[in-house]
Ligand binder design. Structure first.
Ligand SMILES: [Zn+2]
Length: 149
């Protein structure tokens, strides 16, 4: 059985489908994500080959560091993707997925870098920097296996 998850940006110039199981949502409080999204970033993640575009004429990429690029819509400005160059997977902003969806939040990373204007009070696990794979690793591997079934 194949799960298909549909999503896209505010204006529709970027539309995509992800096949398989999506990882739980991780909230990233790093400075780059705050600047890109205007607030905390909430990302799910999927293998790159699980993503198919039905529209990508709006899609633009910004090299946000030497390690990764960020995908956004050049028409409406939506911040959609975070893609490390070396991982074979990419993070997809959770708010881009059509409702209803199966996404659930599972934790917070880079909380030592968060801005001063908000508190984290949802009781989910928090990590000062990266979770060193404690949040991502196991769940992502399970997802990858599922998507090949
Ligand atoms: Zn758009």
């Amino acid at each position: 059985m194949t799960n298909k998850h549909h999503g896209g940006c505010l204006c529709g110039a970027v539309r995509f489908t992800v096949s398989g199981t999506l990882r739980g949502v991780i909230h990233c409080h790093c400075g780059q994500c705050l600047k890109t999204h205007g607030h905390v970033a909430a990302y799910t993640n999927a293998p790159r080959e699980a993503l198919r575009f039905s529209r990508e004429d709006g899609l633009r990429w910004f090299a946000s560091s030497e390690r990764a690029r960020r995908g956004f819509c050049g028409e409406c400005g939506a911040s959609l993707f975070y893609e490390p160059h070396d991982s074979g997977a990419l993070s997809i902003a959770a708010g881009m997925f059509d409702q209803p969806n199966c996404l659930r939040s599972m934790g917070h990373i880079y909380v030592d870098h968060k801005s001063d204007y908000y508190e984290i009070a949802d009781g989910l696990p928090q990590f000062g920097d990266s979770s060193e794979g404690q949040l991502e690793g196991g769940v992502f591997l399970k997802s990858a296996i599922h998507s090949q079934a």
